[in-house]
Design a binder for this molecule. Structure first.
Ligand code: AMP
Length: 566
């Protein structure tokens, strides 16, 4: 008996997964499918991306659907449109031999009218992002009344993104619900609360260790001066000629800037971030999937849940603030049993973060030296020679020319030919890297401080760390769905400023104090003050009406609650 069959799946589904090349169920599939097939058991699955969880919930859902009843019976909610489309496509693959079941995606950034029309035709399974789903409910375009199964995929990420109220709303309004199936990579208290508030004695299944990364990922980090971050990235890309990877940035501005610089320098790259239209994002993803792009430069939100086969490297252009984001990013590589590398470019003050990450993913991180210009050229040269040697010469009629060519090269040695090929192919590399700097920050390992390094000194000069901050007050905080990482991304994206202008951020429940480089403070205020966030008017102003210097305690005047609410 086929192993999928012995989990209780019907013939059509077993046939489909077999045709997709699935030989045996993955761990989460073996544990989840028999439970979920009952249809009435609440379920919590702690599983990373790449473990096969889409099939773990998709297959039992398809078996439970009654195709003759043409209304939504199952709702799958996930954080991003990319993931929404991916889940929907996977489900369509799984239901290849169940043609009467209809699954439709519902996500923002595309025509709502078309999606409403598609739902009207009668969808059994709706895969939705929270925002658009609420929109659909408000327009009465989707009826939650008869939904029996609600799947929350990547629940931790949805809560991180501030969708708690939307999820609560959907769970409260699926009155005939028979079970909730929650999947999450981690189990923060907010996810635990959903389980407490809405589920009854859920069956909990963990695949791998909680908060543990994939063992097939090798974690590496490079310590680079902040103003050589781009150069370090470029060197790492050049040092890995076969790279097929994603570079993660914290802000859209960074993603855009790096993409422009790399494209100008001749790399096959494109950016994917929230400022692109859905159509543009789809196009970029299509090019990346078909390997017409070698590198995708992405922000976290845009790349959430992307499942692309064979990604060799994930590069953190900067370490994320929220350590769990690291797990999500690194999970883009080493999927379906393959191995992959997750590289982080750090600064010398971030060693403590590496320690935290090592504990979190339960793996050692290797600190490597940034390759020298010479290393890069050597690597590129040998890579090219390997390609030369593995070129397929069996099908062309090269013999026609070999006699003439031999004659032409009669007086040229083999070494000379190699040198000439190298000159033709590597001239630009050699020129670029001829006088390349050593980018490695020298660390006095005992004292764990950077040794005298001109680039680090420059950092300080450039970013005004010696006391040029203004302290700004903003009337949003954790209550508005912010945590430090997404708050930072939000204010930088809105103001189009670079991360280096920021000092300390003190995020509270109702409001936040932010240190911003003096020269950038008024731009930030202008960009944010008066905007709205989730329907709330944002107020931003200088907290102390003047410059702020960390050592000057007398200036740390708080604005009174009364004043704040004026
Ligand atoms: P997921 O965690 O659902 O994003 O799945 C990760 C990848 O593993 C996808 O490319 C799936 O097609 C693949 N996959 C899922 N289940 C299996 C299986 N049982 N055997 C082989 N590949 C699988």
């Amino acid at each position: 008996m086929n192993e999928f069959e012995s989990l209780g799946l019907n013939e059509s589904l077993v046939k489909a997964v077999t045709e997709m090349g699935f030989e045996n169920p993955s761990a989460i599939q073996s544990k989840a499918i028999p439970v979920l097939l009952s249809g009435t058991t609440d379920f919590v699955g702690l599983a990373q991306t790449g473990t096969g969880k889409t099939a773990a919930f998709g297959l039992p859902l398809l078996q439970l659907i009654d195709a003759s009843k043409k209304y939504p019976q199952a709702l799958i909610i996930c954080p991003t449109r990319e993931l929404c489309l991916q889940i929907c496509n996977d489900i369509r693959d799984f239901k290849k031999h169940l043609p009467h079941i209809v699954a439709e995606p519902v996500y923002g950034g595309a025509s709502i009218v078309m999606q409403i029309r598609a739902l009207k035709k009668g969808a059994h399974i709706v895969v939705a992002t929270p925002g658009r789903l609420i929109d659909m409910i408000e327009r009465k375009a989707i009826d939650l009344e008869k939904v029996k199964y609600v799947v929350l995929d990547e629940a931790d990420e949805m809560l991180n993104m501030g969708f708690r109220d939307d999820i609560d709303f959907v769970l409260k309004n699926t009155v005939q619900r028979e079970s909730i199936w929650l999947f999450s990579a981690t189990m923060p208290p907010e996810v635990r609360n959903i389980s407490k508030n809405f589920m009854s004695s859920p069956k909990e299944v963990t695949v791998g260790k909680k908060n543990t990364g994939n063992a097939n990922i090798s974690h590496q980090y490079f310590i680079a001066p902040a103003n050589a971050r781009y150069e370090t990235l470029r060197r790492l890309v050049d040092f890995n000629p076969d790279i097929y990877g994603i570079v993660f940035t914290r802000t859209k501005a960074d993603a855009q800037e790096i993409t422009e610089r790399l494209s100008k320098e001749g790399y096959d790259v494109e950016a994917i971030h929230g400022d692109l239209t859905q159509q543009q994002r789809d196009k970029v993803m299509q090019r990346f999937r078909s390997k017409n792009l070698q590198i995708l430069i992405a922000t976290d939100v845009a790349a959430r849940g992307i499942d692309v086969d064979g990604i060799t490297h994930v590069i953190n252009y900067e370490l994320p603030d929220d350590m769990e984001v690291y797990t999500h990013r690194s999970g883009r590589t080493a999927r379906a049993g393959k191995s992959g590398i997750c590289i982080s470019i750090c600064n010398s003050r971030e060693s403590y973060k590496i320690k935290q990450l090592e504990r979190m993913v339960n793996a050692q991180f290797a600190r490597l030296d940034i390759p020298s210009g010479k290393d890069v050229c050597r690597k590129q040269f040998f890579h090219f020679m390997d390609k030369l040697m593995s070129a397929d010469i069996s099908s062309g009629s090269y013999e026609t020319y070999t006699a003439d060519l031999s004659k032409k090269f009669e007086d040229v040695s083999k070494e000379d030919v190699l040198k000439r090929i190298a000159a033709l192919e590597f001239d630009h590399f050699l020129k670029y890297y001829e006088n390349a700097d050593d980018l490695n920050v020298k660390i006095d390992r005992d004292r764990r401080t950077p040794m005298n390094n001109s680039r680090d000194r420059n950092d300080k000069k450039n970013y005004g760390r010696d006391g040029g901050y203004s302290k700004l007050f903003i009337n949003v905080g954790s209550k508005d769905g912010f945590f430090k990482g997404n708050f930072m991304q939000f204010i930088l994206d809105e103001s189009n400023l670079n991360k280096e202008v920021l000092g300390r951020i003190d995020l509270r429940e109702m409001n936040t104090w932010v240190e911003v480089d003096k020269s950038a403070a008024s731009k930030m205020i202008k960009s944010l003050d008066g905007k709205t966030h989730n329907g709330r008017a944002i107020r931003m102003n200088e907290a102390d009406g003047g410059n702020y210097n960390r050592s000057d305690k007398t200036k740390r005047k708080r604005i009174s609650v009364h004043e704040r609410n004026k």
